[in-house]
Design a protein around this ligand. Sequence first.
Ligand code: NAI
Length: 256
Amino acid sequence: MSTSSPRSAFITGAASGMGRATALELASRGTRVTLFDLNAAGLEETKALVEVTLGGSAVAYPGDVTSLDDLTAATAAGVEAFGSLDAVAACAGIEVIKPFLEQSVDEWTRCLDINLTGVMLTARAALPHLLDAGKASIVAVASDCGTHGYPDWSAYCAAKHGVVGLIKSLAMEFGARGVRSNVVTPGWIITPMHERILEGVSEEERKEAAKGNPMGRFAQASEVATVLAHLLSDEASYTNGLVYPIDGGTTAGYLE
Ligand code: NAI
């Protein structure tokens, strides 16, 4: 086990994409993982990958990030299994793409409930355990939509900007009590969400779209997971309140 890695991590969105990749990255560094997601079958797959492929330890707890009861029970289950909780990766989220004037209030509310309130509730449930651990860390996955606006993404951008504000505030409130809070803002990452958004878009068109990126490509989920594992580890022991782009350079600019 890497001495700088957390002992026990709680990961939301762990059935798929970046949440699963983060669970696998942390487990490969010796961290025991509590996996949380609505998708119970996907969670079992991630658990099997952790235990069988990596020889790690995992607890799978199906639940909804909009439910404080689910999150409270799941974080408690992680503490019961592994003795403590000193890391949280808040990866659960949904895409919501809708022209502003066509978006219903229900669609807006659902987006904010899952993508913003879900991160707040995750932190609420986990923080008592993180404070007990004495030294701990939270990383939330926002998006480049947390620092930029995009047409047809208003609810998602509002939620992700909210995640950035929430995490900055947690960094201020809990830093001196030993809990660091940081947020990553990925660009295009190849995951099931990415596939849903680009459904029907040809390989040629995808290559064309990636050309604007300074690195000329989209990223793999594992390229986000390694950054989360770093931020959750003691390697980042003085990093708090950081908004960390993982976007191939689009924060610097887009190629014409
Ligand atoms: P994904 O769709 O592959 O995985 C998201 C997971 O969240 C799924 O397993 C889903 O079941 C779970 N989830 C959704 N609603 C939930 C709820 N109410 N309670 C519990 N679990 C729930 O997506 P991906 O791409 O791995 O996304 C992870 C995070 O990264 C999301 O917050 C997303 O908004 C964000 N993101 C994704 C980008 C991309 O290009 N794929 C870019 C920037 C940010």
